[in-house]
Design a binder for this molecule. Structure first.
Ligand code: ZN
Length: 219
């Protein structure tokens, strides 16, 4: 179950049950599909409920990052999300997961995409991950790491591009982010960074094409 969706569904389900009665449940569900549930959870001091182990992207596997590597937040209500930042791990998948679990690492991204297309989520999109090295960009973005090395063209596989494009398309849909290079950027494009990822072997034209087609097909 994908959690962005399942969280919302559970929320609706619980409220419907609390309302009681079939008629009330139907009414609540219809309203909740629109603006009501969103407005409800925007009330000051009301944080969105969380389900342990839930993910925001259908098919992602949850592995929790150390809380030292992100800041708990309530996005997109406290910070609007309008960027996706593409990273390369400069190492293997397992060592990237370990680094993000390590409280001394002081950095982590929301997702890591493995060479074979497997996706691990380590931080909820609600929260501010420390991945861009720029506070404002961390607050406004979702960070996606890709297993591999910037100087190695073979790092970037077909399966990786396809899976990452589906992930980014989903993020763009969830937050109404335009699919263009102003909003889907490399770490190298974050103001003030000295990082070079994803580097010259990352095929932006191909990636953006895949994101566009993933966005127009099913969610
Ligand atoms: Zn990076």
């Amino acid at each position: 179950m994908g959690a962005g969706k399942s969280d919302a569904d559970r929320r609706i389900g619980r409220r419907a049950l609390l309302a009681g009665g079939a008629a009330a449940a139907v009414g609540t569900a219809v309203l909740a599909r629109g603006e009501l549930s969103h407005l409800w959870w925007r009330l000051p001091g009301v944080e969105k409920p969380r389900v342990a182990g839930a993910v925001d992207f259908l098919g992602a596997q949850w592995v929790a990052a150390s809380p030292a590597n992100y800041r708990r937040a309530d996005r997109p209500d406290d910070y609007a999300i309008d960027r996706v930042v593409i990273h390369v791990t400069q190492g293997g998948f397992t060592s990237a997961v370990k680094a993000f679990e390590d409280p001394d690492h002081k950095a982590a991204a929301h997702y890591i995409v493995r060479k074979d297309g497997h996706i691990t989520q380590m931080i909820r999109e609600l929260d501010v991950a420390f991945h861009a090295g720029n506070r404002e960009y961390n607050e406004r973005s979702v960070g996606i790491e890709h297993e591999g090395f910037v100087e190695r063209a073979s790092s970037f596989t077909d399966a990786m591009y396809a899976a990452s494009a589906r992930l980014t398309a989903g993020i763009c849909k969830r937050y109404g982010i335009p699919v263009d290079r102003q909003h889907i950027i490399g770490h190298v494009e974050v103001p003030g960074t000295d990082h070079t990822d994803p580097g010259r072997y990352w095929d932006w034209d191909r990636y953006m094409g895949l994101v566009r087609s993933a966005k127009t097909t099913k969610s």
